[in-house]
Design a protein. Structure first.
Length: 499
């Protein structure tokens, strides 16, 4: 689509800046006026001023719902709804609520459930519906706006042409820096709209805007925005591109940025139980894998974001660093966990990772680290991508633990097989390190886990072969750089650590 919104477009911009019980957000007052200025600027967009409704400090749900209902009924071309204010989570399912001036903490009845807003938006006859939320936990809105697969047939007409842009994932708080005119997200949103994007076309589509805002915010500590797109609604142009035709400075291959990723590398080489042989190779494995993760030509983690755990004495020593990484405030891209050491199968048939203090007698269940606990930690992670790599006996059983989730698992041995040592390293880790160091000739400049797995299979054909499980992953993204001198620079990239 190449045209801007026409006279049948409507916008409702809501800003709650003043609260009686919650912290005031003066940015909200400025946010809606800054956005209104862009939408009604004839050099940028084409909204008619009288069709852009500002709602300041709504005190009751009706203060939002009534102008929204009217705009939804009048809009035929585009309906744009923007909200800036506090977002709260309420109810058993932690549903998103938009706050009002009188909203109170821990009082869901004093705020407006976003599901009410979503219903009005979905029922509108507007050909394109755009929702922009600048509030804490705004990512929760996606579930209200986008039906789950079982409801798609029923709701197909209702959700057609709907696009949602949120300032933060469902688990993160938005930021409003003291002394700034706008909140962090809206500042970058307005900056993109006003300055344009050199790499984009003559019109700025919502997906262009999202990509540029996300790229700009990656260099900050602020939460990264998210989008949800239905029926190509993100292709609708919202503004003219002031930077169209400017010289491009974008690299041919997108840069990987690991500043919002975390890694935990665990190697258990010594054991107190005399029945467990020491594994000096596991220490070597962990140290070598960490060096690869820090190597900017392969991954590029910073040392403070790549935790090394050697000879954990207890399950808490093993799981604690993983939990810290999973809960890191600015970790939103990738959480990678590597483990090298002994493992065992409990009486219940579950895989357990062994620590230095583990006992192989009846106390195993008390002294070992159950893989199910690792799964619980990962399932609660803030990051969008979860990868577990394990050089241990019975490694495939890890994929059984993660099979209902989107955890990618690369491991060394079958469900009833041992892992082996080859020289100074585990045989599996030796293959992995060789692949990381050499790269994959003929592949793209960035590699995903399937690329690595395939190259490890083809490396020498010796046993044991690696095992890969992608769990419920629907989109396989690039995770590391390809060190090969023979790369395909024209290959398409689906990179995790870029905009």
């Amino acid at each position: 689509m190449t045209r801007l919104p026409n006279a049948a477009a409507r916008a409702v911009l809501i800003g709650t800046a003043t609260y009686r019980m919650l912290e005031k957000i003066p940015h909200s007052y400025n946010n809606i006026r800054g956005l209104a200025g862009v939408l009604t600027d004839p050099e940028l967009s084409s909204f008619t001023p009288e069709h852009v409704r500002l709602v300041d400090d709504p005190a009751t749900p009706a203060d939002i719902m009534q102008p929204l209902q009217q705009a939804a009924e009048d809009a035929e071309d585009i309906l744009l709804v923007y909200y800036s204010g506090h977002g709260q989570l309420s109810g058993e399912n932690s549903e998103l609520h938009l706050t009002l001036t009188g909203s109170e903490p821990e009082a869901p009845w004093s705020s407006l459930p976003f599901s009410y807003v979503a219903d009005i938006i979905k029922q509108s006859g507007a050909s394109t519906k755009i929702v922009v939320l600048d509030c804490c936990y705004s990512g929760r809105s996606h579930s209200d706006l986008m039906s789950d697969p079982s409801q798609l047939v029923k709701d197909q007409l209702a959700v057609e042409g709907l696009y949602c842009l949120t300032s933060a994932p469902k688990h993160r708080r938005s930021k409003a820096p003291d002394g700034d005119t706008y909140s962090a997200f809206t500042h970058y949103l307005l900056d993109t709209l006003k300055c344009g994007i050199p790499a984009a076309g003559p019109m700025l589509r919502m997906t262009d805007i999202y990509g540029d805002v996300r790229k700009r915010m990656r260099v900050t500590k602020f939460p990264l925005p998210e989008q949800c797109n239905r029926k190509e609604a993100g292709d609708f142009p919202l503004a003219r591109n002031r930077a169209y035709g400017a010289s491009l400075t974008e690299p041919a291959v997108p840069e990987l940025d690991f500043s919002r990723s975390r890694a935990v590398v665990i190697g258990c080489a010594t054991y107190d139980d005399e029945k467990l042989s020491h594994l000096p190779s596991s220490r070597n494995d962990a140290l070598a894998i960490r060096r690869a993760l820090l190597d900017a030509t392969i991954f590029g983690f910073s040392p403070e974001h790549c935790t090394l755990v050697l000879d954990p004495g207890t399950p808490a020593d093993l799981f604690g660093p993983v939990l810290d990484a999973a809960d890191a405030e600015d970790a939103e891209d990738l959480l990678l966990v590597y483990y090298s050491g002994h493992s065992a199968i409990s009486r219940q048939g579950d895989l357990v990772l062994l620590t230095q203090g583990s006992r192989t007698d009846r106390r195993l269940s008390y002294t070992a680290a159950p893989a199910s606990v690792l799964a619980e930690i990962l399932f609660g992670s803030r990051t969008r991508e979860l990868v577990v790599i394990a050089d241990t006996c019975y490694g495939v059983r890890l994929s059984d633990v993660f099979k209902t989730s989107e955890v990618q698992t690369l491991c060394s041995a079958g469900s009833a097989n041992y892992a082996y040592v080859a020289g100074d390293h585990g045989a599996f880790t030796a293959k992995l390190l060789k692949t990381l160091q050499a790269g994959v000739p003929g592949a793209a400049a960035h590699l995903n886990l399937i690329d690595v797995f395939t190259a490890m299979q083809d490396s020498d054909g010796s046993d044991p072969g690696p095992f890969l499980s992608l769990g419920g992953t629907t989109k396989i993204r690039c995770l590391l750089r390809n060190r090969s001198n023979e790369i395909n620079t024209s290959a398409q990239h689906s990179c995790l650590m870029t905009a």
